[in-house]
Structures are given as C-alpha cells and as structure tokens.
Design a protein around this ligand. Structure first.
Ligand code: UT7
Length: 320
C-alpha cells in the first residue's frame, strides 16, 4: 500500500500592522501607481514589537492544528522554512516547538529563501514516506521587513511579513496526499538576490539586495520548467490541475508563467496584492486564503511552485 503525506489542516498568521503603497510613498520616491502596475502589490503586513518569525509561525501552527482537529502533542516533526530566523541559533523550529508546548519531536529549519516552503514540504514528505515521522508541521515564516533597506525603493516596496503552516499526516492506500515534488538550485546566481551580511562574514545581519530585472527573467523560465517537470513525475496533464498556488513575488511573473503553461488565470491563486512577497511564507499563506474562501476543496489537484535567492526553485503536486 502506498504511504502518503496528506494535508489535514492549513493555517496562517499576519502581523497586526497593514501598510499600503501610499504610506511607503511618503518614505521613498515611489507611487501607488508604479507599484501596482509593475508588481500587483497594494498592501503588505509589517511586524511590530513582539512579533517575530517564530511567534507568527506558532500562531499559524495553532490555526492549522485546530483545522486538523489535532493537539500539538500528536506532532513528531517540525520543519520551518525561513531566511529570517529569530536568532542565528537555536532554530526557529525549536522555538515554535517550545511555544506549542511539545516536549519531544524532531525540529529543524530549512533555508532556501522564497523556495523554502517547497524544500520543507519535500523533506517532510520524504521523512513521512520513509516512516521516520507520522505527522508533521511544515511552516513558511518570515519577517523580511527586518532585512530590508528602507531607503532602497527597488526592494523595500516589494516584501512583507507573515507565516503559513500545514499539518501533514501519513495515510496508507488513499488517493489524497503529496504526489510529487521537484527541487532545484543553481548557486552561480547567488549575487542576483542576497543579503550583504551574515554571522561568518560581516558579523552583522545585513540588508537584502536584488537585481530585480534578472531575477524576473530567470523566474519565468525556471518556474514553467519545474511545473512541467512535477506534472510529468506525478503523471498529470495541465488540464487536470484544479488550482495553482504560486510564490507571490510579482503578478506579472505569475501571469507569464501561467500563460506559458496554458493555465487559465481563474485557476491561479493570487494574493500578492494584499500580502506582497513574504518569501517562504507566501505559498502557505496563499494556500490558506484559497482553502478558507472555499476555492480549494478536499480531493482537488493542487500544484505549488516557488523561486528565490540562490537561485533555488521547486514545485509540488498534491491531491488536497
Ligand atoms: O521572491 C524572489 C523572487 N523575486 C522576484 O521574483 C522579483 C523579480 N523582479 C521583479 O519583480 C521586478 O523586476 C521588479 C518589480 C523588482 C522591478 O520591475 P521592473 O519592471 O523590472 O523595473 P526595473 O527594475 O527595470 O526598473 C524600471 C524603472 C527604473 O527606472 P529607470 O532606470 O528606468 O529610470 C527604476 O529605477 O523603475 C524604477 N523603479 C521605481 N520607480 C518607482 C524601481 N523601483 C521603483 C519604485 N518606484 N519602487
């Protein structure tokens, strides 16, 4: 019998403070018109005092567990994707574990920037299928506002903070669950999207730097390729896909990728307008929106995809 990791619950959490484009236009030389036309972003959430990657992640987990009808003590694996951990160490996954009151389980962070949730999901899926875990919390959580250069209009308008989580549980012999995942990385493009600091180099946290136009160009090609790849591995054709939940970096990237695959825009979940780019949190945040508003239903065929710094990129196909 095939053992698969099935999504039992989804949850998300956003900081209290919502910031619209007009508010940013007071700080840097930009405009609502430019941001909306070039990116589709209208608002983003920015973490305030007491709100961190781990606190947002823990809240997203509580909501996902409630939806799954499970207690924290039933979880035996936590994989948290982030590029903005609360501290260099211990991992934010162990902080979330403590916040949820779980005494003993496997817990670690995965770092693949905007592709982090796909990497985390893939690792948790493999551990569940191998029998190393029976239930998992897979989280994407970020506070990118804390690594932005708030004087650089080319980047500070693009990102936001938030967290999303899914509860996975092993099931034998059913049709639901993660069908296939594909991951990629090409470190030769590390200087296109990076943070100019770190514990082992400058001893500082650093600020995000990006060559936006080059990232854009690579994103459309890589995302279309990996989507085709994951569909092939899962034995699906694009017309069998009910929903695509893409990484929310730019509405133009999402449109161009969907067009390349011949997917109609009605089947693509778009939340970049309200969340902006929340890096590893963007896919589970968007998934939660589409589950809660009733678009994604049990049994639907869903494809997730993301691309980010490294470069890293990946996709997953699942029956929800
Ligand atoms: O999540 C990880 C993956 N990240 C991404 O996928 C991001 C990919 N890149 C993008 O989304 C887009 O490249 C951006 C949104 C970052 C930029 O859009 P673009 O259409 O590629 O603009 P551009 O960088 O070519 O800049 C066009 C112009 C420039 O002015 P000049 O040189 O033509 O006079 C920029 O200085 O727009 C200017 N500009 C701005 N103007 C007003 C850049 N940022 C702003 C701004 N407000 N915030």
């Amino acid at each position: 019998m095939t053992r698969r990791a099935v999504i039992q619950g989804v949850g998300s959490a956003l900081p209290q403070r919502r910031v619209d484009n007009a508010e940013l236009a007071v700080q840097v030389d930009t405009s609502d018109e430019w941001i909306v036309e070039r990116t589709g972003i209208r608002t983003r959430y920015i973490a305030g005092e007491g709100e961190t990657t781990a606190t947002l992640a823990a809240e997203a987990c509580r909501r996902a567990l409630a939806e799954a009808g499970m207690e924290p003590g039933e979880i035996d694996l936590i994989v948290l994707a982030t590029a903005t951990p609360d501290q260099t160490f211990p991992s934010s996954a162990t902080k979330v574990q403590a916040m949820l009151g779980i005494a003993d389980c496997i817990a670690f962070d995965v770092h693949a920037v905007c592709t982090g949730f796909l990497y985390a999901l893939s690792v948790a899926d493999a551990m569940i299928r191998a029998g190393n875990a029976s239930s998992a919390l897979v989280i994407g959580a970020e506070t990118f506002s804390r690594i932005l250069d708030w004087e650089d209009r080319g980047t500070c308008v693009l990102f936001g903070d938030g967290a999303g989580a899914v509860v996975l549980k092993a099931e034998e012999g059913g049709t639901r669950g993660i069908l296939a995942t594909r991951l990629h990385a090409d470190g030769r493009h590390g200087d296109m999207l990076y943070v100019d600091g770190g514990p082992s180099t400058t001893g500082t946290v650093g600020k995000l730097r990006m060559k936006g136009r080059e990232v854009f160009r690579h994103a459309v090609v890589n995302l279309a390729d990996v989507l085709n790849e994951v569909l092939e591995v899962a034995g699906l054709t694009s017309d069998q896909v009910d929903w695509v939940v893409p990484h929310q970096a730019n509405a133009r990237i999402i449109d161009a990728t969907a067009r390349k695959l011949g997917l109609s825009p009605e089947r693509v979940v778009l939340t970049v307008d309200r969340h902006a780019n929340t890096s590893a949190a963007s896919v589970p945040l968007a998934l939660d929106v589409a589950v809660k508003d009733g678009r994604i239903k049990q049994g639907d065929c869903v494809v997730l995809e993301a691309m980010g710094g490294g470069f890293t990129w990946g996709a997953a196909a699942l029956r929800f």
